[in-house]
Design a protein around this ligand. Sequence first.
Ligand SMILES: Cc1cc2nc3c(=O)[nH]c(=O)nc-3n(C[C@H](O)[C@H](O)[C@H](O)COP(=O)(O)OP(=O)(O)OC[C@H]3O[C@@H](n4cnc5c(N)ncnc54)[C@H](O)[C@@H]3O)c2cc1C
Ligand SMILES: *[C@@H]1O[C@H](CO)[C@@H](O)[C@H](O)[C@H]1NC(C)=O
Ligand SMILES: *[C@@H]1O[C@H](CO)[C@@H](O)[C@H](O)[C@H]1NC(C)=O
Ligand SMILES: *[C@@H]1O[C@H](CO)[C@@H](O)[C@H](O)[C@H]1NC(C)=O
Ligand SMILES: *[C@@H]1O[C@H](CO)[C@@H](O)[C@H](O)[C@H]1NC(C)=O
Ligand SMILES: *[C@@H]1O[C@H](CO)[C@@H](O)[C@H](O)[C@H]1NC(C)=O
Ligand SMILES: *[C@@H]1O[C@H](CO)[C@@H](O)[C@H](O)[C@H]1NC(C)=O
Ligand SMILES: *[C@@H]1O[C@H](CO)[C@@H](O)[C@H](O)[C@H]1NC(C)=O
Ligand SMILES: *[C@@H]1O[C@H](CO)[C@@H](O)[C@H](O)[C@H]1NC(C)=O
Ligand SMILES: *[C@@H]1O[C@H](CO)[C@@H](O)[C@H](O)[C@H]1NC(C)=O
Ligand SMILES: *[C@@H]1O[C@H](CO)[C@@H](O)[C@H](O)[C@H]1NC(C)=O
Ligand SMILES: *[C@@H]1O[C@H](CO)[C@@H](O)[C@H](O)[C@H]1NC(C)=O
Length: 591
Amino acid sequence: MQLTGSLLTWVALVGPCFAKIYEDVSDLPGLEYDFVIVGGGTSGNVVANRLTENPNFSVLVLEAGVSNEGVIDSIVPFLVEGLLSGPNIYEWNYTTTPQIGLNNRTIPYPRAHILGGCSAHNGMVYTRGSADDFNRYAALTGDPGWSWDRIFPYFLKTEKWTPPADHHDTDGEFDPTVHSTDGINSVSLNGYPWPIFDHHVIQTTRELPEEFPFNLDFNSGQMLGVGWLQSSIGGGKRSTSATSYLAPKFIQRENLHVLLHAQVSKLVDPNKTNEDLTFGGVEFLQGESLFTAKATKEIILSAGSVGTPNILMHSGIGDSKALTALGIPSVLDLPSVGQNATDQPIVSAGWSVNSTQTVDSITQNMTRYDEAFAEWNRSHTGPFVEVGATHIAWVRLAADSPIFENSTDPAAGPDSPHIEISMGTGGAPNPAGHAMAMGIVVLNPTSRGSVTLQSNNPFDPPLIDPGLLKTDIDIYTAREGIKRAYRFVQAPVWQDYIIAPINALLNLSTEALDEFIRNTATPGSHLLGTAAMTAMNASWGVVDPDLLVKHTSGIRIIDLSIIPLMPSAHTQAAAYVVGERGADLVKARWE
Ligand SMILES: Cc1cc2nc3c(=O)[nH]c(=O)nc-3n(C[C@H](O)[C@H](O)[C@H](O)COP(=O)(O)OP(=O)(O)OC[C@H]3O[C@@H](n4cnc5c(N)ncnc54)[C@H](O)[C@@H]3O)c2cc1C
Ligand SMILES: *[C@@H]1O[C@H](CO)[C@@H](O)[C@H](O)[C@H]1NC(C)=O
Ligand SMILES: *[C@@H]1O[C@H](CO)[C@@H](O)[C@H](O)[C@H]1NC(C)=O
Ligand SMILES: *[C@@H]1O[C@H](CO)[C@@H](O)[C@H](O)[C@H]1NC(C)=O
Ligand SMILES: *[C@@H]1O[C@H](CO)[C@@H](O)[C@H](O)[C@H]1NC(C)=O
Ligand SMILES: *[C@@H]1O[C@H](CO)[C@@H](O)[C@H](O)[C@H]1NC(C)=O
Ligand SMILES: *[C@@H]1O[C@H](CO)[C@@H](O)[C@H](O)[C@H]1NC(C)=O
Ligand SMILES: *[C@@H]1O[C@H](CO)[C@@H](O)[C@H](O)[C@H]1NC(C)=O
Ligand SMILES: *[C@@H]1O[C@H](CO)[C@@H](O)[C@H](O)[C@H]1NC(C)=O
Ligand SMILES: *[C@@H]1O[C@H](CO)[C@@H](O)[C@H](O)[C@H]1NC(C)=O
Ligand SMILES: *[C@@H]1O[C@H](CO)[C@@H](O)[C@H](O)[C@H]1NC(C)=O
Ligand SMILES: *[C@@H]1O[C@H](CO)[C@@H](O)[C@H](O)[C@H]1NC(C)=O
């Protein structure tokens, strides 16, 4: 037994331990590279992959978190809750500041602390946003390179469209002309059927076609309507930037090194003698010791919407008054760093249903659960290949909504939705029986928050304020979203299926509905805008449209923090294309 045990350990350590992912800084060949990428997350690994296509470039990725190898809760889609239900070793374990819009609740704010970043623990929903969203970025930055037509090829470049795990006929469930089968990161339709629920959703698009039309593919740039869910899953397994962009054939490149357990504290050796500010390298902590990695060409910050502004501020880049007050010498006064933080609030509505084709039939029955897990282990099929969401409805507020008397329309254009209603047979808090649930999302919040510092210690967590539900139109949109969700299930097809709402929200007073929302809403964890990209000559913002930090040279930001306004979508697809275009901008400078 002892022998078997140690043999297994040996295989586990040696088997997947690809040569170029280092756990210990002393194993690195050196600490000077052309490019140092801070954060091996969703965008960072895209950049690492693309830059090392050129054998002349050497790249070091510094990732604070742990290895993703063999992390079963990350690999098996159905087990994602295990990563998100409290502090764990794959998490930064952040908590928000008291949220005024949520009756002063403080809530956990998940951020991944694992190679692959948030792509390794997120909900895997794959949504690109609307054409309007990207055209608005192009208009705001004055760079047509951010428009939908120019970004669309990058969506194809990242995407490896993959058959679903059950290999069902997907005709009529997506539009193949807007997808690519030869990109890197797997995307697929659901691989386990929920026949009754699936039927009822599609039937609703026939019974209520005005309000809920069918949309063959909401990732085409035209999002409105109801379509089949697409997820970053391939072959029944989660696809992350680590499993895809750092797959064995890439990580074996001689010029690509990744160091884990390396938490960057700040940029060091500022030099202001020329027009622009430069930094010589980055300081990082591993174990008890501080080290410095030097970048001869560029330092690329890909630490995400919390990590990136945190590192900038500890480096003296931010609001100079606020930094000086904390005893951090100001190097560059850039007051937008960490400001305009935006996230989407989510509220849930559930209904008990007269059906056993539900996720709770699996999670509340250990025999069934074990069978399903064993099936996944055997063949990567069965209910564990997904999370139990099936479709998304994207809807607009009515054009004559009274809220528009006093609030301007926050959507990017007339074809962009204000509200997302994602639906499935899982996710409802219903211990008593079987249930379906909807997640209602305010897609374009006008509320803003911030990421700021509580001290000058770079290893203290920053103060995270996603600023949820502070404006009239945000709470109005949440209320309207709940009403739309209830309208959806008023289609006749649901009559014999739905037994009762879990919380009767339909006839509540506005005040009571607001209380429900403020007491139950959670953050979408789609934070962005904390290192906003603006036009070259803008009076605010953190990076120029080429992603170089304003008034500096040799420091770029390539992650979701640069997106200035929320897309009408979940945000991982945006993080992937920011990585792709960002890498091309770097290559254009140095090749
Ligand atoms: C719980 C949750 C669920 C989500 N669900 C979905 C979903 O279903 N669909 C979707 O599209 N989007 C979803 N998102 C959002 C999406 O995953 C993120 O917007 C996106 O992955 C962000 O990518 P990024 O590269 O900007 O940052 P990240 O992927 O977070 O990468 C940042 C990396 O930098 C590392 N890092 C940070 N600071 C340091 C430092 N000082 N030194 C070294 N390394 C550092 C981090 O450990 C991390 O690996 C979800 C997010 C969360 C948190
Ligand atoms: C790498 O450098 C060599 C020598 O300078 C040059 O000939 C070659 O074109 C470069 N390769 C690429 C892909 O840039
Ligand atoms: C988060 O909490 C877990 C459990 O307490 C801990 O093991 C882990 O180290 C924490 N993460 C960080 C980044 O400190
Ligand atoms: C939330 O906190 C603020 C500031 O402390 C306070 O003014 C407000 O009354 C609080 N709101 C609730 C609902 O407790
Ligand atoms: C600062 O930059 C200037 C101009 O690029 C260079 O001459 C000088 O050596 C640098 N100083 C330091 C301390 O690196
Ligand atoms: C926040 O964004 C708005 C535009 O949406 C801009 O006018 C303002 O200057 C920004 N604030 C900061 C501190 O960057
Ligand atoms: C559930 O459906 C069955 C028929 O399919 C019916 O006999 C039963 O009364 C229904 N139960 C409820 C609670 O509606
Ligand atoms: C639990 O699951 C097993 C295996 O699928 C099934 O035989 C059994 O009927 C289920 N029990 C209940 C209470 O549904
Ligand atoms: C699945 O496989 C893993 C390891 O490969 C094992 O630890 C686990 O017990 C298996 N689970 C089931 C339900 O078969
Ligand atoms: C708009 O603002 C005006 C002035 O404050 C107010 O009288 C009116 O009720 C508001 N309209 C709506 C729909 O809230
Ligand atoms: C809500 O009110 C409508 C009419 O105002 C009524 O027909 C319906 O039964 C009520 N629904 C609930 C769940 O109370
Ligand atoms: C900034 O540049 C844009 C185009 O790049 C131009 O339209 C605008 O007028 C400029 N604004 C200022 C204040 O110079």
